[in-house]
Design a protein around this ligand. Structure first.
Ligand code: DP6
Length: 324
């Protein structure tokens, strides 16, 4: 079963019901990471993952019907060439849902750097799915949209809700139960900041890096049990409102993911020298009593995790940090 077959069966194929539609989706940062797929064509994960939504950072996408032979894509007002991976990924995704010859101008704005490990593809595919839902008037519930967005990028399925969201890996062979689920757990004092170390495109896409890791890393066999343990610890920390535990588990999970990919062959290392310097600074600050932790995704940049009451102190130590 391929994504196209699943969408075909859901009987949503129809012509656009309006000429333009706009949607915004926030980005999300995983505290317990998704790394590795049990089905690459359906983007089905090996494990559950858990994220925090950053409501003010994300992607706004406008779809407009155009009279043209091909779709046109604008990213932050700049035309995207039709032979780039970015263009092809968007158009392949829309092809899953397109009824016939309708073509779109896809105007997409990110207020976070694209492809720098800051989860722009998560908000990008979530926003595109919401805009498609609107222009085709599918009127689908968010759970279904979350599942569809997964075909574009796995982490997108967690971007449909605020707060803490669990992407349940599900057990259905075609992933019909693999989507985001908002957790009824609130911890409003948890804050995140982006520490930009490099804002250009990452050296290797998370998709390729995941595939190399699952195929070749001798440490990957331990990843699933590691995630199960970290998820249990993270949920306990959330229930107990235990910030220190939350930070420790998130940092440990990110380090375990990066160690697993460094053990792959060819080895994947997203960190730059400056990434290590900033990590050491975070650890040193912790020794002084400031509760600050980091997490890292598929890029050299770090996300800092701290409490609202410490925001000013953290900003003083990291003046370049972008608050979320
Ligand atoms: C490190 O969702 O970008 O950010 O499903 O192949 O598009 P694809 O991968 P993607 O991977 C995200 C990886 C991560 C961890 C996470 O967000 O859980």
């Amino acid at each position: 079963m391929k994504p196209y077959d699943i969408i075909h069966q859901s009987s949503i194929k129809r012509l656009p019901q309006k000429t333009t539609a706009t949607a915004f989706a926030p980005t999300n940062i995983a505290l317990i990471k998704y790394w590795g797929k049990r089905d690459a064509s359906l983007n089905l994960p090996m494990t559950d993952s858990l994220s925090l939504t950053l409501p003010h950072h994300g992607t706004q996408t406008t779809l407009t019907c155009i009279d043209a032979a091909d779709d046109r894509v604008l990213l932050n007002d700049k035309p995207v060439a039709t032979n780039t991976p970015f263009y092809l990924k968007l158009v392949d995704f829309i092809n899953l849902f397109r009824h016939s010859t309708e073509r779109f101008l896809i105007n997409t704005y990110n207020n976070i750097p694209t492809s720098a490990g800051l989860a722009s593809s998560a908000s990008g595919f979530a926003a595109l799915t919401l805009a498609l839902n609107d222009i085709y008037a599918w009127q689908l519930e968010r759970r279904m949209l979350s599942m569809f967005s997964r075909f574009g990028s796995g982490s997108a399925c967690r971007s449909f809700w605020e707060g803490f969201v669990l992407w349940q890996k599900g057990s259905h062979p075609y992933g019909l139960d693999s989507y985001g689920v908002p957790l009824e757990l609130n911890f409003p004092s948890v804050k995140m900041g982006f520490q930009l170390i490099q804002s250009t495109e990452k050296s290797i896409s998370s998709r390729d890096a995941m595939n190399i890791t699952t195929r070749t890393s001798p440490l990957y066999a331990a990843w699933s049990d590691t995630v199960t343990l970290h998820l249990r610890q993270m949920k306990e920390a959330l229930i107990n409102q235990d910030f220190e535990r939350l930070g420790e588990v998130a940092e440990h999970n990110a380090l375990a993911m990066h160690a697993t990919m460094q053990a792959a062959w060819p080895s994947i290392c997203y960190a730059l020298p400056e990434t290590w310097v900033q990590m050491a600074k975070v650890r040193d600050l912790r020794k002084t009593g400031l509760l600050i932790f980091f997490t890292q995704d598929a890029g050299p940049n770090l996300k800092f995790i701290f409490q609202e009451k410490d925001q000013e102190k953290v900003k003083a130590h990291f003046p370049e940090m972008i608050m979320t």
